[in-house]
Design a protein around this ligand. Structure first.
Ligand code: KIV
Ligand code: NA
Length: 265
């Protein structure tokens, strides 16, 4: 069976179908989501926080993104894999953006790239799309701008809501095939969703967006400490893995592992 394409995603909006997206940062986890039928997998720069141990997404490099995107592509057969363009890999301008988007396609095999910003990334989006690489735009809270923006709800108030809608339309006009809306009021996300012919993908953006994305470690309960209110936890992996590690340690200390069935003579 072939991979999901951008056309399949566009057609889902025409049919009014909602769809899920999850992040992944390694081949094995990605294969689980692929087998579960998740149609779009994002190799998010949230790998900075969730996989590489950074405090923000800001330090993530193109080398890191390329390495882990390639792993996710290798771990999947059916999902459309989207790779994030990390901070500093597209802000200089369209030529830099195209060079790095091309690298993710050629070296990692992603089917699309994502970048933050609407109007401010217009030229980048246009050139990448014209060159044959599908683009997802990311609006609302854009974590690569944490140092100017902080982490708070975006698009509150008429002016901010209007700016968000303008950014979304700019992204659509530049050729983006989908728009992520992160941490924006549900009413604003609903209006953006109605106003665009391309799908919106919400995270902390209410129930009216065309798709929903979650960071997989939050969704599966692997993330330690506090997780955002907009996340729903569908498993308790941190507890299960910790229990498994403690049981292993006890078995080794007590001599219960390895047993006869694990032993060669
Ligand atoms: O990096 C990421 O995980 C993302 C999603 C939150 C959309 O950009
Ligand atoms: Na991201």
């Amino acid at each position: 069976s072939r991979r999901i394409t951008v056309h399949d995603i566009t057609a889902a909006k025409e049919r009014g179908e909602k769809w899920p997206m999850l992040t992944a940062y390694d081949a094995m986890t990605a294969s689980v989501f692929d087998e579960a039928g998740i149609p779009v997998i994002l190799v998010g720069d949230s790998m900075g926080n969730c996989h590489l141990g950074y405090d923000t997404t800001v330090p993530v490099t193109m080398d890191e993104m390329t390495l882990l995107s390639a792993a996710v592509v290798r771990g999947t057969r059916r999902a459309l894999v989207v790779g994030d363009l990390p901070f500093g890999s597209y802000q200089e301008g369209p030529v830099q953006a195209l060079r790095n988007a091309t690298r993710l396609v050629k070296e990692a095999g992603v089917g699309a790239v994502k970048l933050e910003g609407g109007e401010r990334s217009l030229e980048q989006t246009r050139l990448i799309v014209e060159s044959g690489i599908p683009v997802v735009s990311h609006l609302g809270l854009t974590p690569q701008s944490v140092n100017t923006m902080g982490y708070r709800v975006q698009g509150r108030g008429d002016e901010a809501a209007h700016r968000l809608l303008r950014d979304a339309k700019a992204a659509q006009d530049a050729g983006a095939f989908a728009v992520v809306l992160e941490l924006v009021p549900a009413e604003v996300a609903a209006e953006v969703t109605r106003s665009l012919h391309i799908p919106t993908i919400g995270i902390g953006a209410g129930a009216e967006t065309d798709a929903q994305v979650l960071v997989w470690t939050d969704m599966a309960g692997l993330t330690g400490g506090k997780v955002p209110r907009f996340t729903k936890q569908y498993a308790d992996l941190r507890r299960s893995l910790g229990d498994a590690a403690r049981s292993f340690a006890e078995d080794v200390a007590g001599g219960a592992f390895p047993a006869e069935e694990h032993t060669f003579h």
